[in-house]
Design a protein around this ligand. Sequence first.
Ligand code: 5AD
Ligand code: SF4
Length: 457
Amino acid sequence: MHYKRYAYIHTIGCQMNVVDSEKLTTVLNARGFGYARDPDQADIIVCNTCAIRHKAEEKAFSFLGQFAREKLKRPGLITVMAGCVAQQEGKKAFKRLPHLDLVLGTQAFSRFSRHIDALTSGQRKIVDIGPSDVIFEAMPDDTGFAENKVSKFVTIMQGCDNFCTYCVVPYVRGREKSRSQESIVNEIRLLADNGIREITLLGQNVNSYGIKEGGISFAELLEKVAQIDNIRRIRFATSHPKDLSDELIQAMACLEKVCNHLHLPVQSGSDRILKKMNRGYTKDTYLSRVDAVKTAIPDIALSTDIIVGFPSETLPDFNETMDLVARVGFDSIFAFAYSDRSSAPAAKFSGPVDEREKMDRLNQLLAFQDTITLKKNQQITGQVVEILVEGISTRQHDKFVKTTRHTRQMTGRSPGNKIVHFPSDTIAAGDLVNIKIENAYPHSLWGRPLEQPSHEK
Ligand code: 5AD
Ligand code: SF4
């Protein structure tokens, strides 16, 4: 289709933002904007922003800042700040970005279409950070399948009611709300009909799905989604350790399509810090939930989020975190240096940790986890792992290039979310194949297919 106008969307932040950007693209498409691969070709530039840490927020300001000069050359160019930083800043965003045309908060996404019309008819400097009763939903259209044809994220809830003291999410994304099971199932059916084989259900705390609304539980939702034809794998994120139910653990153990991978953010291993973070569990209760999961699903892959340098964190506190990491044996971790967010309560806590000390602790933690990850990967060597193929690998593997130079190298993921490369000329994206793992690397595995892909059988 030929378009008269084009939109460019730049996304910063989490998987939820990736989904929101796809939905904003759908809205733009319905308003007659094609998808631009480059900001130079765009008539409207949207930056979907993240406020979780200072660095992410700075990225948003510097990305949008670039277009001040471009707008002098092209006065018709429209620039939009959308998402979490927009919700947080409101009209203050104009102080640093006077050339901005629309500040669209997370709660205002459902009114985006109306604002596009206002902008195209010449209105400028619009701010919408007002509340919303409805959940922003837009069913996927053709624009949504441009990048990834195998795996997609589906947001099942918005916002958060947990108020961890370091976190801006409850302030910038609002109170927790769950989508209806019907709209979630309809969306996933549509994705499956368009070739998607794996979906990841997203929410800040999927364990409380539907509780407020009195609907089905998250475990029951998993069961419903598992019944959808052509969906071969189901993942989800994030589970809050305080709400991880036995029902969910059982559902994971019983439902074949649900991958044996659990992302369970711990944040800290120190009881004193966990209390200050308002996390609602102790190191011991976290470890006992992990034990329950490991007992029910022995081959579970575990990942987590950790913050180092939370206000007043001492070396003994940090060592409790290191000890927890050693005891759990995570397959991977996401670790962050604590970042002050002015709207979150911890910004007022005493005992800030020196920036250099934070970085030292972060590096120590990451180096330690690297040794664990490599060990875990090495344990998989010799095993046969089922891979969902994502496509042709962008990185050529040294060993592979030497041994099988004329064959394509493909890439996919194991149920535990490990990246696996393998040679094949016949296996295609979307296939499920058994790969015998021959080599382990810090961030990936390498193996060979045992058989023909399941679509050829
Ligand atoms: N500083 C550093 N990391 C943070 N996170 C959330 N808020 C902050 C903050 N203020 C981390 C948490 C969360 C992940 C998404 O981001 O670990 O789980
Ligand atoms: Fe933030 Fe805590 Fe909610 Fe996660 S559970 S989004 S860390 S407030």
